[in-house]
Design a protein around this ligand. Structure first.
Ligand code: NI
Length: 159
């Protein structure tokens, strides 16, 4: 496993549409493991393959309940609305208000290329939408309401 470099907003790879994964290969397995390691190292809750420069439909998410791997994810259903601060590892230190569905049902393949159906509410629903947007070349900043602001970390507030 290895850490990969996280591409930053403005890198053209982040605005491209990713290709589907047709079969699991050693290369894709390595990509998934590297993405998990890179996400955890950066304290992120999600990472999409284009953020490490790979134009394939692969996402890793961990909202604090263990890692989720999504290959070729697709939103089947969504409902409700939540407007909350959202950030991205491709734009560190910034956040902005984005409206997302409160509930999302996703179909994807897992690491064994088996079809799975996953449901998420609140932060997980937001993560599904945010990461799937990356696979289509979209960043959350396109959806921000009222502009971006600097993120104040809790450690700094206490200091
Ligand atoms: Ni992101």
């Amino acid at each position: 496993m290895a850490l990969r470099k996280i591409r930053q907003l403005g890198d053209e790879v982040l605005s491209k549409k990713c290709r589907e994964v047709r079969e699991m290969t050693p290369r894709i397995r390595e990509l998934i493991e590297d993405m998990k390691e890179t996400m955890y190292e950066a304290n992120g809750v999600g990472l999409a393959a284009p953020q490490v420069g790979v134009l394939r439909r692969v996402v890793v998410i961990d909202v604090g309940e263990g890692p989720i791997v999504l290959i070729n994810p697709r939103i089947l259903e969504q409902s409700g609305e939540r407007t909350e601060d959202e950030g991205c590892l491709s734009l560190p230190g910034k956040a902005g208000q984005v409206t997302r569905p409160a509930y999302v049902k996703v179909e994807a393949c897992n690491e064994n290329m088996e079809k799975v159906i996953l449901e998420g509410e609140e932060l997980l629903a937001r993560a599904f939408c945010h990461e799937i947007d990356h696979l289509d070349g979209h960043m959350y900043v396109e959806k921000v309401e009222g502009g971006l602001h600097d993120v104040v970390y809790e450690e700094e507030e206490e200091a």
